[in-house]
Design a protein. Structure first.
Length: 354
């Protein structure tokens, strides 16, 4: 996982001034202050459900899950979400109950070798769980990546399963990626690559083959993406980044008109999936005891999302509270984005002077 960087010619005036102000003596202090601020406020924005209902905001409690990098709603078990750790961990995926935040099953995949950088998870119409070992910590230098597949368990309990491994290459060369989506109607697999100047949407073959190489071809342009998901009806594709999310109409296997979806500000925005009934999006983040936040979809207003799963401290119809939260999240996101750019660019400047 890398934070986006910007070249000198693309800095805004405010960021450029801040970068010039960064000095060796203050760099560490600034780093600590900014990320302490992000941690406190990122944690404060998450609303954790305690009413026992499924598909509400929740906190992942399993101490083994410290880098939840993908999220997918179970097709067989209401309120359960599949997730996994990022790079450096074993071939495990976890089923987490949104009502409690507890892990209810740990699945260990056999027959897949050692995963390198698992970044995404999705469920297909064939009843299988797809796991995307598609990240590239070498910035797009691995000549191939992998997708693993196994049947979603009918019973939730710890188990070892034999998974099918698929080798994947891109028609236009190696690249980094964190988003893999399986279409809920056709079963075709798509990958969105990750690049600070924007990525590409890649389409896999109609059916993946466990023998040989599966070539994914670029069919569209997308922004910086950390995860994505198709709606259960297959008519919409949502892609998220660190500070925003967009939903695209999906027709005939191609991207259509898009609109902004309000995404929560999180410590490290990593994952997104639809609830099984398609009424909301669930946004996840990395870190120990990371939060998963529900955002209800307002289908009556052009598909834009409104806040859900959280509580309001104001009376009336809640409009003022929602507007205030939206403004606060936008301001906080802008502050952290600018601060992140300052720290990264300051670090590069210090390296050049060293």
């Amino acid at each position: 996982m890398r934070f986006p960087s910007r070249g000198p010619g693309r800095r805004s005036g405010a960021v450029a001034v801040a970068v010039r102000a960064v000095r060796p003596a203050g760099f560490v202090s600034a780093f600590v202050l900014v990320f302490a601020f992000a941690f406190v406020f990122g944690s404060a924005t998450a609303a954790v459900a305690d009413d026992g209902k499924p598909d509400q905001s929740f906190t992942i409690k399993d101490s083994r899950i410290t880098e939840s990098s993908g999220l997918a709603a179970s097709c067989l078990h209401p309120g359960v979400y599949w997730t996994h750790n990022d790079s450096g961990y074993g071939p495990q995926v976890y089923a987490v109950d949104s009502r409690t935040g507890e892990t209810v099953a740990t699945i260990t995949m056999q027959g897949v070798g050692k995963p390198r950088d698992v970044e995404a998870i999705s469920l297909g119409p064939d009843g299988n769980v797809y796991v995307g070992d598609i990240g590239d910590n070498l910035n797009g230098t691995w000549d191939h990546v992998w997708i693993y597949r196994f049947p979603e368990p009918k019973q939730l309990r710890d188990a070892t399963v034999r998974a099918t491994q698929f080798t994947v290459k891109y028609a236009d060369g190696a690249r980094d990626a964190e988003a893999m989506m399986v279409h809920p109607r056709t079963g075709r697999v798509y990958i969105a690559s990750k690049n600070e100047d924007g990525g590409g949407l890649y389409e896999g073959p109609a059916e993946l083959s466990p023998s040989g190489t599966n070539t994914f071809r670029r069919i569209g342009e997308v922004p910086w993406v950390t995860d994505g998901a198709f709606s259960p009806d297959g008519e919409e594709l949502t892609l998220r980044s660190y500070f925003s999310a967009r939903a695209y109409a999906w027709k005939n296997g191609r991207l259509g008109a898009d609109h902004r979806v309000r995404a929560p500000i999180q410590r490290q925005a990593e994952s997104v999936t639809y609830t099984a009934d398609g009424s909301a999006l669930m946004f996840g983040s990395e870190g120990s005891r990371s939060d998963v936040e529900r955002v209800d979809l307002d289908k009556g207003s052009g598909g834009n999302a409104s806040s859900g799963g959280g509580s309001s401290s104001s009376g009336g119809d809640g409009t003022g509270s929602a507007a205030s939260e939206k403004t606060g999240n936008a301001t906080f996101g802008a502050i952290i984005l600018a601060a992140g750019a300052v720290l990264y660019l300051g670090y590069k400047r210090l390296r050049r002077k060293g």
